[in-house]
Design a protein around this ligand. Structure first.
Ligand code: SAH
Length: 204
C-alpha cells in the first residue's frame, strides 16, 4: 500500500463521538498517522512484526499498522467507547486487530504484553494532566526495543533526559497537527500544533 492510499483509507475512519479532554482524546490526523507508520515500515519495524499501539483510541495507528502488513497488532486504551469505535473501524476495513481495555500504567498489563517488536503511540501530551505522557514512555521502553511516538515539538531534550539509562532518541521527524476548535479552552478556530515523531530505542 502506498503512502497516499494509506492516508486516504485512514481519513475515512470514524473518530471520537465525544472526545474527553481529560484523556486528551485527539485522533491523529490521517497524514500524520500515515507518515509515522510509513517511517516505521521503511525502517523494517512494521511488516511481519508484532506491534502494540498504546492509547489506541479509535484505532488509526493500529489499523494502519495492520494495513502495512504487521503480523499482529494490539491496541490498548482505557476508554471502552473509543475501543468500540476502533473495533467498528477495523471491521469496516476487514483488518484483524486485538483491542484490550486497560491503563498503560498498569504493571500487570505491561508484563502480559511485553516482548513485542514495535510500539506506536500518540500519547497525551500532558497538557491537561501533567506528565500524562510518562506512563506511555515507560511502558513503551518496557514493551519493545523500538517505539515510534508523536510528541510536542521542542520536548526532545526533556525526553532524552527522562529516558536516560533506558533508551535514546534515534531519530526525529517533524510534523503538525491542525486542531479545530473542539474544547472551550481553545481560543482560535484552527490551530496548528507543531509535533515531532520521535523514535525511541531501548538501550538496556
Ligand atoms: N492513538 C489514537 C488516540 C490518541 S489520543 C490516535 O492516534 O488517534 C490518546 C488516547 O490515549 C486516548 O484514546 C485516551 O483515551 C488514551 N489514554 C489516555 N490515558 C491513558 C492511559 N493511562 N492508559 C491507556 N490509554 C490512555
Amino acid at each position: 500500500m502506498k503512502l497516499r492510499q494509506l492516508e486516504m483509507t485512514l481519513e475515512r475512519l470514524e473518530g471520537y463521538a465525544a472526545p474527553n479532554p481529560r484523556l486528551e482524546q485527539y485522533q491523529t490526523p490521517a497524514p500524520l498517522a500515515a507518515r509515522l507508520l510509513f517511517h516505521a515500515w521503511s525502517r523494517g519495524d512494521i511488516a511481519g512484526k508484532t506491534v502494540i499501539d498504546l492509547g489506541c483510541g479509535t484505532g488509526v495507528l493500529s489499523i494502519g499498522a495492520a494495513l502495512l502488513g504487521a503480523a499482529e497488532v494490539t491496541g490498548v486504551d482505557t476508554d471502552p467507547v473509543a475501543l468500540r469505535v476502533a473495533k467498528r473501524n477495523a471491521d469496516a476495513l476487514e483488518v484483524a486487530i486485538r483491542l484490550i481495555p486497560g491503563d498503560v500504567a498498569d504493571p500487570s498489563l505491561i508484563e502480559e504484553l511485553s516482548g513485542c517488536d514495535t510500539v506506536v503511540m500518540n500519547p497525551p501530551f500532558g497538557a491537561q494532566k501533567a506528565h500524562a505522557d510518562r506512563p506511555f514512555i515507560d511502558a513503551a521502553l518496557l514493551l519493545a526495543p523500538v517505539s515510534y511516538g508523536i510528541f510536542n515539538a521542542g520536548t526532545r531534550s526533556f525526553l532524552t533526559a527522562y529516558i536516560h539509562g533506558r533508551g535514546v532518541i534515534d531519530e526525529v521527524v517533524s510534523g503538525a497537527i491542525p486542531i479545530k476548535k473542539m474544547f472551550s479552552f481553545h481560543t482560535r478556530d484552527v490551530q496548528e500544533i507543531p509535533v515531532e515523531i520521535m523514535v525511541l530505542r531501548r538501550t538496556s
